[in-house]
Ligand binder design. Sequence first.
Ligand code: 13P
Length: 349
Amino acid sequence: MPLVTNRQLLDEAAKGGYGVGAFNVNDMEQIQAIMEAAKETNSPVIIQASRGARAFAQDNYLYHLMLAAAELYPQIPLAMHLDHGNSFETCESAIKLGFTSVMMDGSLKADGKTPSTFEENVEVTRKVVDYAHERGISVEGEIGVLGGIEDGHGAGGSGLEHVTDPDQAVEFAERTGVDALAIAIGTSHGAYKFTKKPDGSVLKMDLLIAIHKRLPKTHLVMHGSSSVPKELQDIINQYGGKLKETWGVPVEEIQLGIKNGVRKINVDTDNRLAITGAIRKVFAETPEKFDPRDYMKPARAAMQKVVAQRMTQFGQAGHAGDYTAISIADMAKGYANGTLSTKPLVAAR
Ligand code: 13P
């Protein structure tokens, strides 16, 4: 199947009442792990690359690896998404390269660190939406600011510093016309999200539910959604790692989110943990080995296992064959003639 847009994947997920994992990649083995997991579970999937990943892998390598994935797995609907674009120019370059979906994270200024004003966020996001929709490409915006830092992008600090205001979420969705909306509900990027199993005082699921009630048809996005499982932490520490005790977002909270409008769930850290644990194990148990395949194969398999598990838990498993791809040209026509609505349905308070 040719690469499809997030908008199509998320519209289908809304119809089916499930969520779609968006998994970050930097290299071929991670793309292979995700595609094998998608095949194993028969899942549609979003693969995303941050600015850091684009710099690490180089755009052309990334793009052609994604084309290879689409070619090798014609049965899997697959979107190629830019994670945390920091400016119009970053989004424009991704679209020119062939990404089928971009995130304009206007919650931060172009430095990727300083929180922006609401008006600045609306202005840059709207500009990206106009440019992208004309070309059939979907756009995710962010209102409120996530905690932590990922690949050098982020305001740092706790996830509670800039949680999303529901009134602003409504105004932002109305004024920008985004296809999906990332909200800040206390999560942060990276392994160190919570110091104990999170409850409602630090993970604001009530806020998510309130936003969904106001924007019942908007596809919500949960960033910072790795669960940071203890067993993956333990493998790393058992083989010489030094992770401090930490908690992520429990899968049951994500499932509650999916019942309340969450359609895209961003996961990166869990896969990083799985890969690192598997490599450390090989290094510790067989220090005489030096063929990269001896540790990259188990690393890839460990990531595949985590991704397949999340695909099943998010409900996307079994849905790969539900639909065929809408071409990017037809998506552009849909935005132009209004069949792909960009006006959110807003419910009364
Ligand atoms: P995690 O660090 O929780 O995996 O979050 C990844 C993410 O939100 C990417 O945008």
